[in-house]
Design a protein around this ligand. Structure first.
Ligand SMILES: NC(=O)c1ccc[n+]([C@@H]2O[C@H](COP(=O)([O-])OP(=O)(O)OC[C@H]3O[C@@H](n4cnc5c(N)ncnc54)[C@H](O)[C@@H]3O)[C@@H](O)[C@H]2O)c1
Length: 416
């Protein structure tokens, strides 16, 4: 049942990411961006101008998010703000009765994750992390393969945020970007959700399975210093800084049903972008970096004289296991934004609000994925000690009610 014809949306945080999402929103027939908000006036101004150009109207510019979430002309809130403000804004929004979508990022404390979950349970208002990689074409085909049992019983998954961000981080003070101070003060798995989001859905986390504990290890930190010396000069004041964030942070998570998950955070050394996905089960394996699959009894058997010949191209499986949402999307025309997934994750949120159904990534998923960051900081601080994972569902994961079906659902493969 359609409950709202047109959604009035507030966008809080309109820097690089916010402007990208704003552009997608401005081109949706059933959305009107009524408010843009940021701590910086020039950014609000630019966002309002962009909406004018793309949608033909000018949203209000309001700096204080507490005022934004109270407004009658705001039905729901999307917040691509900085990592440290997501949860605060989400809580204010839920308390005001407005469903909220937060951009990706990790948490600073377990307490704020509980605050998020508790606010949802008190208000019944949805909070969704906009984890676009859950809607990536590849990830959705792999989800379909996992749910169809192609890999057998899943034993191990891995992935990483492996992205050379040396310039973005090192220029953070000049560009008013939040990563700089995080790398200067923290040491942990700072950005786990692009890989752990899809993996959590492969492993039914919070719906029949859960993360039990994790352990993290950080390498030394050299990449940013070297970049700064080379590009800003050895005498630059930033060359004297000591970055605490290890160049490579490796995290292992154990699940209640025995699966292991390996996450790699790798953003301050030269490299080529990859999320390094891998899913391995009793019948086969997918390796994103090889763009290949090997399935027992289907792929050519292992031959040591020509190992490459035992791998099959992922494209073969993509053709067979294309997710129905992507089949429809390809027919209708893929929209810009990280290969199309940005549009899908926004629609997953907006249509949940519009049709009044729970979001496919819920508050328990959001809190669980965000918690990895502060848990990994604790583990590293204690010499890679294992740390227990909170059960944000308080036991509901064991007999969780079925997800309300929709074409965006992630716990099952929808039929439409
Ligand atoms: N899903 C993706 O593919 C993807 C890609 C890029 C960035 N992101 C995420 O999007 C978010 C924003 O990234 P960015 O690169 O644009 O960061 P940014 O630091 O450039 O922008 C964040 C903006 O939020 C504003 N802000 C912070 N607190 C606020 C508050 N209380 N009220 C109003 N505005 C506030 C800041 O002033 C800033 O303009 C981050 O969480 C980032 O991890 C996601």
């Amino acid at each position: 049942m359609v409950t709202r014809e047109k959604l009035n949306v507030a966008v809080i945080g309109v820097s690089g990411r916010g402007m990208g999402l704003l552009s997608l929103l401005c081109n949706m027939d059933d959305v009107r961006v009524t408010v843009v908000s940021d701590l910086y006036d020039d950014r609000m101004q630019m966002a309002a101008e962009q909406a004018m150009k793309e949608a033909g109207y000018r949203p209000l510019s309001i700096r204080d998010y507490r005022e934004v979430v109270q407004r009658d002309d705001v039905d729901c809130v999307i917040t691509p703000s900085s990592w440290s403000s997501h949860i605060r804004i989400a809580i204010a929004s839920m308390k005001a009765g407005k469903p909220v979508a937060i951009e990706v990022g990790g948490a600073y404390s377990i307490r704020e994750c509980w605050d998020l979950v508790n606010t949802y349970e008190e208000t019944g208002v949805d909070c969704m992390m906009l984890e676009n990689c859950c809607y990536g074409r590849k990830e959705m085909a792999v989800l379909n393969m996992v749910k169809k049992g192609v890999f057998g019983e899943i034993i191990h998954c891995q992935g990483g945020y492996q992205h050379d961000l040396r310039e973005e981080i090192s220029m953070g003070l000049e560009n008013r970007h939040y990563r700089f101070s995080n790398y200067l003060n923290r040491n942990g798995e700072l950005y786990p959700t692009h890989e752990v989001g899809p993996i959590a859905k492969y492993l039914n986390i919070n719906r029949g399975n859960r993360f039990l504990m994790l352990t993290s290890m950080a390498s030394k930190a050299r990449g940013l210093h070297e970049w700064i010396v080379k590009n800003k000069g050895a005498d630059h004041e930033h060359a004297k800084l000591h970055f605490t964030q290890g160049d490579i942070v490796t995290t292992m998570i154990k699940c209640a049903h025995g699966e292991t998950v390996l996450l790699i955070h790798d953003t301050s050394l030269p490299r080529v972008y990859s999320r390094g996905g891998r899913v391995q089960g009793t019948r086969g394996i997918w390796m994103e970096d090889k763009n290949a699959v090997h399935i027992d009894g289907i792929s050519p058997p292992e031959d040591f004289s020509n190992l490459e010949a035992s791998w099959e191209p992922f494209e073969k499986y993509l053709e067979q296991y294309e997710h129905p949402l992507w089949k429809e999307y390809l027919r209708e025309g893929v929209k810009a934004g990280h290969g199309g997934m940005d549009y899908l994750v926004l629609r997953a949120f907006l249509e949940s609000v519009k049709y009044n159904r729970p979001t496919p990534i819920d508050v328990y998923d959001t809190a669980t994925w965000m918690a990895i960051t502060c848990l990994s900081e604790d583990s590293i601080a204690m010499g890679s000690m294992p740390v227990p994972f909170p059960d944000f569902t308080c036991g509901k994961w064991i007999n969780r009610e079925e997800e309300v079906p929709s074409k965006y659902m992630l716990s099952k493969i929808p039929e439409f």
